[in-house]
Structures are given as C-alpha cells and as structure tokens.
Write a protein that binds this ligand. Structure first.
Ligand SMILES: Nc1ncnc2c1ncn2[C@@H]1O[C@H](COP(=O)(O)OP(=O)(O)OP(=O)(O)O)[C@@H](O)[C@H]1O
Ligand SMILES: [Mg+2]
Length: 237
C-alpha cells in the first residue's frame, strides 16, 4: 500500500515536532527512516498508523487515496516499546489476529509459521514475562507479521538485539516484503543497517525531511551537507 504524507504539522506544547510538506512511500518498497533522537520519527509513524492526530495536514493511503478508516485493518505498527499481554508467547502472537477476527485454523498456522521464522518455537508456551528483552521483541514482530499487513511500520525493531538476531530479523523482513509486496517503513539509527535494508531512504531532523531518495543515491551521493554529516557519524545525538 502506498502512503502519501501531505502538509503535515504536529505540535506538542506549542513545539513543532513534525513539519513535512510532502513525503511519499511507494507501494511494496522497503523504506528506511533515519534521524537523530527526537527528530520526529516515532511521531511520524504514529500519525501514519492513525494513533496520533496531526494539527494540520493528512495522510492518504493506497491508489485511491483512501482515508485511514478504510485501511486501518491493513496497517500494522510495531512500536519502539511494544506492549505484550501477560500470557504465553503463543497467545501474544495470536492476539493481533484474534482482534481482527481471523479464522482459528489460519491463526494457528500463522502463529507456528512466524514462531518458526523468528526462532520462537521452543518458547511458545512460556509466559512472556519470563523472556529476555530480545525475545520479547521477536514476539512483537511475530505478532505483527502474522497479520500479514499491506503496510508494516517498524520503529527501532532491532535496537536491543545481538548481531545474530539482527541478521535473522533482517532476512525475515526482506523475505516477507518480497513475497507479500508489503510496503515497509523501518525506523533505525544504525546507518549500516539502513544501507543493508533500504530501497528508499529518508533523513529527518527536527521534524523536517532533510533528504530522501533512492538508496544508492542517498548513501553514495547525498546532496545535503547534513546528510553527509549524519551518515559520516559527525552529528552527535
Ligand atoms: N506525547 C508527547 N508529548 C509531548 N512531547 C512529545 C510526545 N511525543 C513525542 N514528543 C516530543 O516530540 C519530539 C519527537 O519525538 P519522537 O519520539 O517522534 O522522536 P524520535 O525521532 O522517534 O526519537 P528517538 O530516536 O529518541 O526514538 C521529541 O522532542 C519528544 O520529546
Ligand atoms: Mg522514536
């Protein structure tokens, strides 16, 4: 599902935290969103996911430029700090599908499929309270992927994981995107990870788009001095 952000302004306590004239996320692509702490990445994802209302502007979804209400079931956000229910891994992965009324046999199939993909099979009947932070993050991802959304929004989904888990998750996401044609918007601080994953990249600073474009151009030949500074690690945040 493609996404168009138009003339968006979001303020908290009179401070502008998102201010974007126009930004397009093309259908079926892997978009990576980068930026320093507090640059508005999470806020932008929350607005796209319909959780936060902007002061001005709008977001349009799909070819027919739908509003949020008609597409909400096709969108999934994995938040920076995901909430898990106090129950088993199995029930947590199933919870999103339960909520959306997905048929029980499909639900079971998908829980097992994504538990396997994210290496959670041996943990399926453990309460999530007993899991490590990295394991919990994988449960949140499995829950999101099992919904097979057309638009998947991921906020720092590998931030606390070890390199081995990061590689597993990156492969799972890439395979999922290729097979499903899902549009992914992935927020990360890690420039190396962004390079591995992005087809399109975007840099936000202080709520505004500094630069966006095709991955190759963005990383190899950035136009903005600020992008060069960010990619070169010169901007401290
Ligand atoms: N609910 C809120 N109330 C007040 N201010 C908020 C709220 N949510 C976010 N902000 C402020 O908006 C700005 C942007 O926050 P946001 O979480 O979008 O940044 P971010 O780019 O995701 O940062 P990080 O890399 O640290 O996750 C920050 O200055 C933050 O303090
Ligand atoms: Mg954030």
């Amino acid at each position: 599902m493609r996404v168009q952000v138009l003339d968006l302004i979001k303020e908290y306590d009179g401070v502008r935290v998102v201010d974007i004239e126009g930004l397009f996320f093309e259908e079926g692509r892997f978009h990576v969103l980068m930026g320093p702490n507090g640059s508005g990445k999470s806020t932008l994802l929350e607005i796209i996911a319909g959780l936060t209302k902007p002061e001005v502007g709008r977001v349009l979804y799909g070819d027919r430029q739908n509003d949020f209400a008609s597409v909400r079931k096709r969108i999934t956000l994995v938040m920076q700090r995901s909430y898990l229910f106090n129950t088993s891994v199995y029930n947590n992965i199933a919870s999103g599908m339960n909520y959306r009324g997905i048929n029980k046999s499909i639900l079971r199939e998908r829980v097992l499929k994504w538990a396997e993909a994210l290496d959670l099979n041996l943990l399926l009947y453990r309460n999530v309270k007993t899991l490590s932070g990295g394991e919990r993050q994988r449960v949140a991802l499995a829950r999101a992927l099992a919904l097979e959304p057309d638009l998947l929004l991921l906020d720092e989904s590998t931030a606390n994981l070890d390199p081995e888990s990061i590689i597993i998750i990156e492969k799972v996401l890439k395979d999922f995107q290729r097979e499903s044609g899902t549009t992914i918007i992935f927020v990360t601080h890690n420039v190396f990870q962004a390079k591995r994953l992005a087809e399109s990249a975007c840099l936000l600073m202080k709520g505004s788009v500094i630069e966006e474009g095709e991955s190759k151009e963005f990383f190899n030949n950035p136009h903005s001095e600020l992008t060069r500074g960010f990619l070169g690690g010169e901007i401290v945040y």
